[in-house]
Design a protein. Structure first.
Length: 286
């Protein structure tokens, strides 16, 4: 199996997982999203490490630092999308593969063909169109009421995710996927404690969560399984290709949301999905 297959599996898991999480509870604070998600990594990442880890790499100190920093950066995600209208924050956060590509180009000397760069632009452009608000008035109102704070957080989220993916790629190359999965599962739960200590306003456990617990846990588990597939793609493929392909999950989410969440798809969304599919086909053929 190649990097393209694993990237698509990751995108599918993230798409379905996102819909389930949204259906389970939409108002849970970012703190508790992180805590529950990090706890579940123990039951997903550690078994996956023993099943998939074939290498005999040693966990060098630089790799430990890379994993620790990547795990910390991943904690930013739920905060970045909670600071404003999701259609706006998602637009900016969806551009995170650009950060991964830039770092991979500079530090890993990864080079792609012009056709592949063109396909990546199609995928990123499609993802941005899918995340655009349905009405311009919604965007204007949100910007005015939030005083553009959401934009700062969204850019921070995109940079954090893109940088985390790059560090994950470097750590896997140096120390192997086994060491990466074991280490990030342990470190992420340490960050849950740190997150709980610093986020005082959201410490109270959300009410009504248990009534939708199975749906939420299913969604979070799918997201984690998707991340394992994402790491496998990193293991055998270029980071500058894997990141954009796996980031097409908003297109799949849009289709699923129409069926199960009764959300509407605008003409802009249709164009975005078309661009995304075109980019996927181009990458696959190349």
């Amino acid at each position: 199996m190649n990097w393209f297959f694993f990237s698509i599996i990751a995108a599918l898991c993230w798409a379905v997982g996102s819909v389930l999480v949204k259906k389970g509870f939409e108002n849970i604070p970012p703190l508790w999203n992180n805590v529950i998600n990090n706890f579940l990594t123990i039951f997903v990442y550690i078994p996956a490490a023993f099943l998939l880890g074939e290498e005999t790499h040693r966990l060098a100190l630089p790799s430990l630092v890379y994993i620790a920093v990547a795990s910390l950066l991943y904690q930013v995600f739920y905060y970045s999308i909670s600071k404003g209208q999701i259609s706006l924050t998602g637009t900016v956060v969806a551009s995170y593969p650009v950060i991964t590509i830039i770092f991979s180009h500079i530090f890993l000397h990864e080079r792609l063909t012009p056709l592949q760069y063109g396909a990546i632009l199609l995928i990123i452009g499609g993802g941005i169109l899918i995340a655009m608000p349905q009405k311009i008035s919604e965007a204007t109102k949100s910007v005015r009421t939030k005083h553009s704070v959401w934009l700062i957080w969204a850019i921070f989220g995109a940079v954090s995710l893109g940088s985390g993916d790059f560090l994950a790629k470097v750590a896997i190359d140096k120390s192997g996927i086994f060491n990466y999965l074991i280490t990030i599962a342990l470190i992420s739960n340490f960050y849950s404690i740190f997150n709980y200590v610093i986020d005082k306003p959201n410490r109270d456990f959300p009410k009504g969560v248990f009534s939708h617990f199975s749906i939420t846990v299913s969604g979070l588990l799918l997201n984690l399984i998707g991340f394992v597939s994402f790491l496998l793609a990193f293991k055998v493929g270029k980071a500058s290709l894997v990141a954009p392909i796996s980031s097409v999950y908003p297109a799949i989410t849009a289709i699923i949301a129409v069926k199960f969440l009764h959300e509407r798809i605008t003409k802009l969304h249709v164009v975005g999905i078309g661009l995304t599919v075109a980019g996927l086909v181009t990458i696959g053929l190349s």
